[in-house]
Unconditional design. Structure first.
Ligand code: F3S
Length: 65
């Protein structure tokens, strides 16, 4: 089964919340006002792709393993 790895360059995150709005099933805001992925390995990219494509600082990348 395909596996997708979700990476975030946390230092670039400006905490805009777009990823959480578009993909609440796998993104959440933390106390430091930055978002984090809940899972970093998924079998289908799903809405993580929307997060990747719409993050204003392009700090989310999804790669297929
Ligand atoms: Fe941060 Fe990008 Fe999400 S700036 S809050 S990772 S959309």
């Amino acid at each position: 089964m395909a596996k997708y790895i979700i990476k975030q360059e946390i230092e670039k995150c400006i905490g805009c919340g777009t990823c959480v709005a578009l993909c609440p099933s796998n993104w959440s805001m933390h106390d430091d006002k930055k978002a984090r992925p809940i899972k970093t390995e998924v079998s289908e990219p799903g809405c993580n792709e929307d997060a990747e494509n719409n993050c204003p600082v392009e700090c989310i990348t999804i790669s297929k393993e």
